[in-house]
Design a protein around this ligand. Structure first.
Ligand code: 2BA
Ligand code: 2BA
Length: 109
């Protein structure tokens, strides 16, 4: 058995848990915060048999793909319009950070 820890964006989390549930994966959802951005994200715990790990990873990939998002930088206070022209830029967001751990024991009491 393996334990999959998947850190995903909040906005992907419901779709992902639904998609995993449809394939009979059991999940536990934790509200977490990224250490760098200090913004909320979601960590899913998925305990599954070894041979199902690839299926779970595929579901995660299908539902948390990286995508481009337009972000409009905020003009600095008192900024000079001649020297600073805010322009929307494309940034990569989304995706998933996934850890797979061996499970020594699994109990349900
Ligand atoms: P990602 O690398 O896609 O990471 C997204 C979130 O996944 C992270 O949120 C963190 O909560 C988790 N995560 C990623 N790698 C991890 C690890 N090795 N152990 C535990 N948790 C991990 P944030 O920490 O808020 O980072 C958000 C995004 O900022 C990162 O996206 C990365 O693109 C960037 N980033 C993070 N640390 C950075 C740094 N020191 N310098 C530059 N950019 C950084
Ligand atoms: P939930 O996912 O909300 O599940 C609550 C209860 O609903 C489960 O109790 C189980 O009796 C039933 N259940 C869950 N998925 C089902 C399904 N696909 N079809 C029919 N019945 C289903 P428990 O098995 O005692 O689990 C309690 C909680 O422990 C779960 O809450 C979940 O948060 C966590 N959990 C259990 N197994 C897990 C696993 N393999 N990986 C991650 N988290 C798990």
């Amino acid at each position: 058995m393996k334990l999959i820890l998947a850190v995903v964006q909040d906005k992907d989390s419901n779709r992902l848990t639904d998609a995993l549930g449809e394939k009979d994966f059991k999940t536990t959802k934790l509200s977490t915060t990224g250490g760098f951005l200090k913004e909320g994200n979601t960590t899913l715990i998925i305990g599954c048999e070894d041979e199902l790990v690839d299926d779970a990873l595929q579901v995660i990939k299908d539902n948390c793909s990286q995508r481009e998002q337009m972000i409009a930088p905020i003009s600095p206070m008192g900024g000079n319009a001649d020297s600073y022209i805010p322009r929307p830029i494309n940034v990569e967001v989304g995706g998933a950070t996934v850890f797979i751990l061996p499970v020594e024991s699994f109990f349900q009491f």
